[in-house]
Design a protein around this ligand. Structure first.
Ligand SMILES: Cc1cc2nc3c(=O)[nH]c(=O)nc-3n(C[C@H](O)[C@H](O)[C@H](O)COP(=O)(O)OP(=O)(O)OC[C@H]3O[C@@H](n4cnc5c(N)ncnc54)[C@H](O)[C@@H]3O)c2cc1C
Length: 462
């Protein structure tokens, strides 16, 4: 949870320059995904606590009570362990009507074999959800939308959701003014951009003359396959299946079991049709999913973009960029980053004002810490890429994890590191420093040396 202790109100001499929110102040939020909903929820909760009356309009064209694409914010749908726990501590329990499955393990697939890794705490704390109501082919809605659940929390706090798409932003004197496709317009004391990276509207922010650069993004791929609850239980279980294959441009891929569907996610350097075919038809994938399912081209699929290089200085006087369109975590736990940046932004706005200076002091440090952690993430993914490319390294990794899993809880350095990297459950820096422990480094070196000789473990291993 984010502490409020360091953000006590400042002295009255600074009052004017920090542009404080006042009774009657109006806030506009563009985007009602996780970042927009978290910001609105916390902002209204904190304002109420301090006796401040502010109004929030949240613009969101999607209807999360409809199946994709009208109600979906394209994503793998994993809510990390750390976020599930943090939200519970905030009093936000993700209801069982939204959590389609608790993930208790992952199965790592490589060409040299397969190994199952149990959650370090032996608990099902990772939640598998659909962001919208479900895929295009959905006939019966058994579970609710995760984004709809978050939006309802914000609505309960009093946010006014406007189902319109913002198409223009400009200054009206010293206030940001927005116009929607439907023709409405309004100006605000604070305008929060929370529209992710899969939108053309980000470019309109240029018209505000800000020092804001668009985040660097790559194209990913997502497929939703219907298997039915019983078949999923039989062939996939409650494990996330992760693939470290030696395919060019593929960083990693995963099969995530939900209720009646499995979600297949591919991330890397601009995933195209050719790479999709190579991956889906690889022996490792066809061993998990029936070939006729993979051949079904009518399944719900999309190619969302993903932020891989966060923007610098995502704020100005009366302007904030949160979630994916500002700063987020590399490859993992984007919803967790939306929570952190959304809540920090709300805290800064309510307690410290909406000037660039206030955001620099009270919002930017959290963004900077996420950016710094991503540098460790880049190193972690550099190593997984190296392992992907070297057969003897893949054999070593498999051998070590198989042994760790057999030996039980003690000395599970590598299993734990892989778990945290693939699930996004711990900061990359923590994983990196743990992996640098001399005992862990020693074990890896000894095993690498050993693997230069033939390895006799059978495929299908642990
Ligand atoms: C392939 C893939 C898999 C992923 N898997 C995971 C995962 O398993 N777990 C995880 O934590 N993260 C995952 N992420 C990242 C996660 O999806 C994002 O980090 C998260 O959605 C960011 O939330 P957000 O609110 O910033 O943006 P978004 O979720 O993109 O929401 C933005 C909202 O703004 C709205 N909007 C856009 N333009 C306008 C406009 N002009 N006017 C009004 N509204 C507008 C959109 O309709 C949308 O609802 C994944 C991402 C990708 C690409």
């Amino acid at each position: 949870m984010i502490s409020l202790n360091s953000i006590a109100p400042s002295s009255s001499a600074e009052e004017h320059s920090r542009l404080p929110l006042q009774d009657g102040s109006r806030i506009g939020v563009i985007g009602g995904g996780p970042a927009g909903s978290f910001f609105s929820y916390f902002c209204l909760a904190m304002a109420k606590r301090t006796g401040l009356e502010v109004a929030i309009d949240m613009y969101e064209p999607r209807d999360f009570s409809r199946p994709a694409p009208h109600g979906c914010n394209m994503c793998g749908g994993i809510v990390s362990e750390s976020l599930v726990q943090t939200l519970a501590a905030e009093g936000i329990e993700i209801p069982p009507t939204v959590v389609q499955r608790g993930i208790d393990s992952y199965v790592l697939h490589m060409d040299v074999g397969t190994v199952r890794i149990d959650t370090p705490l032996q608990e099902k704390r990772i939640a598998a959800i659909h962001r919208g109501l479900g895929p295009r082919s959905l006939t019966e809605a058994k579970w609710g939308s995760f984004d709809g659940f978050l939006q309802d929390l914000a609505i309960e706090r009093g946010v006014n959701v406007i189902h319109e798409r913002v198409t223009e932003v400009e200054w009206n004197d010293d206030r940001p003014l927005i116009t929607t496709k439907e023709g409405s317009s309004a100006s605000y004391d604070l305008l929060v951009f929370a529209m992710g990276v899969n939108t053309a509207t980000l470019k309109f922010s240029d018209r505000l003359g800000l020092n804001y650069t668009l985040p660097r993004t790559v194209k990913t791929a997502i497929f939703e396959y219907y298997l039915g609850e019983d078949t999923i239980e039989k062939i996939i279980g409650s494990s996330m299946h992760v693939f470290l294959l030696n395919l060019p441009r593929l960083e990693f891929a995963a099969i995530i079991p939900k209720g009646d569907y499995v979600t297949v996610c591919m991330m890397g350097d601009d995933i195209d049709k050719e790479l999709v075919e190579l991956f889906l038809n690889s022996p490792e994938v066809t061993a998990c999913l029936p070939p006729e399912l993979i051949a079904d081209k009518s399944s719900c699929r999309c190619s969302p973009r993903m932020n891989i290089e966060s923007t610098c200085r995502p704020f100005a006087d009366r302007i904030l960029f949160i979630g994916d369109c500002g700063v987020t975590r590399l490859y993992k736990d984007g919803i967790g980053a939306a929570y952190r940046t959304g809540k920090t932004a709300a805290t800064a706005a309510v307690f410290q004002g909406v000037s660039a200076e206030s955001f620099e002091r009270h919002f930017w440090p959290v963004c900077k810490s996420i950016r710094a952690d991503n540098s460790y993430g880049k190193i972690a993914f550099f190593f997984t890429r190296a392992v992907q490319g070297l057969r003897f390294a893949r054999r070593t990794l498999l051998k070590m994890i198989v042994r760790e899993q057999r030996n039980g809880k003690n000395g599970q350095d590598l299993s734990r590191a892989m778990w945290d990297i693939f699930t996004g459950s711990a900061p990359y820096k923590e994983v990196f420093l743990r992996s640098l422990h001399p005992a862990a480094v020693g074990r890896i070196c000894i095993n690498l040396a050993g693997s230069l000789f033939p390895f006799r473990h059978h495929k299908g291993g642990s």
